[in-house]
Design a protein around this ligand. Structure first.
Ligand code: PMP
Length: 401
């Protein structure tokens, strides 16, 4: 027999498993709203024109070779990524207080940051919002951190439980790490207002809590790269320290290229330099160094004024299409007279709507309407189109009546 014959079959990943179930469904009307990947009006994956252009440029450059990158990745990419999230005029960058390492998309950036904190930070507890992206607790636990949660979403208002958030962070031990979604909170689509962010900032700083931002949707939420970075920039403007994990999966459509960055903003340049030296010791035994292609695409786009401009337009078009899907779905439910208040569909922001549909209603919609989503009732607005909105609205209507 096999040395592994005692292994039990592991369950599918709760998010990626939705697509596996979808792929098995032969129905012509099936709809996959599970995975957070952008689709066009025609329901097709999108490669941005500016990405194609950058790739063409890279292919045509015969001086390019396939040598290993350094442990920390592509230098240009790191510098430009820090500028993108912190702002071109960020004093922290000018004062060399930021260290940035290229990582494997958002997930890898979170993992490297968490491994670093588990080794070198004095407080091992990380507070994550309730609910949050399903991978967060696993990434942090496996890195050796102890995971606790703070109240975030209020199911009765389908908005932010701001009082609960403040109370829970107020009673966190001094120095604890706090995971914050920079914008477009996944799965709820609920973000604090700028005034609420300011209160959160004051609370974190007064208790010496360490912010760890997860920025997976910069530009994808509002359509503006700067607006979606405001939360992070507030925390850097006060001179304090924080970590930021960036992903280019959504905003450049580079999902499978696995390109992202971890920045650690420190109080002083000498600290940042020592932090970077230790990050290298974290990365080397994990995967030695990151892949070159995706980071080269990003660096090509970020450093060219025209390509950067083209990117912002394509990014805004994706964000606008999602916002318009929210309106269309909301209007379709109003037109059907579907019972309940559905205004959260247009209030929430980013890729997902947290519908409020329960487990049974989700199961009903999958069985009767071949609509696939995560069991918490989260639907990806990016997977919808004008053509499929009526089918979804019919299904929701039937599920709640
Ligand atoms: N954080 C959040 C909140 C996300 O929604 C995602 C993507 N689903 C990620 C991180 C990481 O994605 P990736 O590793 O593909 O960049």
């Amino acid at each position: 027999g096999s040395v592994f014959s005692n292994l039990v079959q592991a369950p599918e990943d709760p998010i990626l498993g939705v697509t596996i179930a979808y792929n098995k469904d032969p129905s012509p009307v099936k709809l996959n709203l599970g995975v957070g990947a952008y689709r066009t009006e025609e329901g097709k994956p999108l490669v941005l024109n500016v990405v194609r252009q950058a790739e063409q440029q890279l292919v045509n450059d015969s001086s390019r070779v396939k040598e290993y990158l350094p442990i920390v990745g592509l230098a240009d990419f790191n510098k430009l990524s820090a500028k993108l999230i912190l702002g071109a005029d960020s004093p922290a960058i000018q004062e060399n207080r930021v260290t940035t390492v290229q990582c494997l998309s958002g997930t890898g950036s979170l993992r490297v940051g968490a491994e670093f904190l588990a080794r070198h930070y004095h407080e091992r507890t990380i507070y994550i919002p309730l609910p949050t992206w399903g991978n967060h607790p696993k990434v942090f636990t496996l890195a050796g951190l102890s995971v606790k949660s703070f109240r975030y979403y209020d199911p009765t208002t389908r908005g932010l439980n701001f009082q609960g958030l403040l109370e829970d962070l107020q009673s966190a031990p001094s120095g604890a790490i706090v995971l914050l979604h920079a914008c477009a909170h996944n799965p709820t689509g609920v973000d604090p207002t700028p005034q609420q962010w300011e209160q959160i900032r004051q609370l974190l700083r007064s208790k010496a809590l360490l912010p760890f931002f997860d920025s997976a949707y910069q530009g994808f939420a509002s359509g503006s790269l700067d607006t979606d970075a405001q939360s992070v920039r507030m925390f850097v403007a006060d001179g304090g320290e924080c970590l930021v994990a960036q992903s280019y999966a959504k905003n450049m459509g580079l999902y499978g290229e696995r390109v992202g960055a971890l920045s650690i903003v420190c109080r002083a340049a000498d600290v940042a330099s020592r932090v970077e030296s230790q990050l290298k010791l974290v990365i080397r035994p994990m995967y030695s160094n990151p892949p070159i292609h995706g980071a080269s695409i990003v660096a090509t786009i970020l450093k060219d004024r025209n390509m950067f401009q083209d990117w912002t337009l394509e990014l805004k078009a994706m964000a606008d299409r999602i916002i318009s899907m929210r309106q269309q779905l909301f209007d379709a439910l109003c037109a059907r007279g579907t019972p309940g208040d559905w205004s959260h569909i247009i209030r929430q922001i980013g890729m997902f709507t947290f519908t409020g549909l329960n487990l049974d209603q989700v199961a009903f919609m999958t069985k009767e309407y071949h609509i696939y989503m995560t069991s918490d009732g989260r639907i990806s607005m990016a997977g919808l189109s004008s053509r499929t909105v009526p089918h979804l609205a019919d299904a929701i209507h039937a599920a709640v009546t």
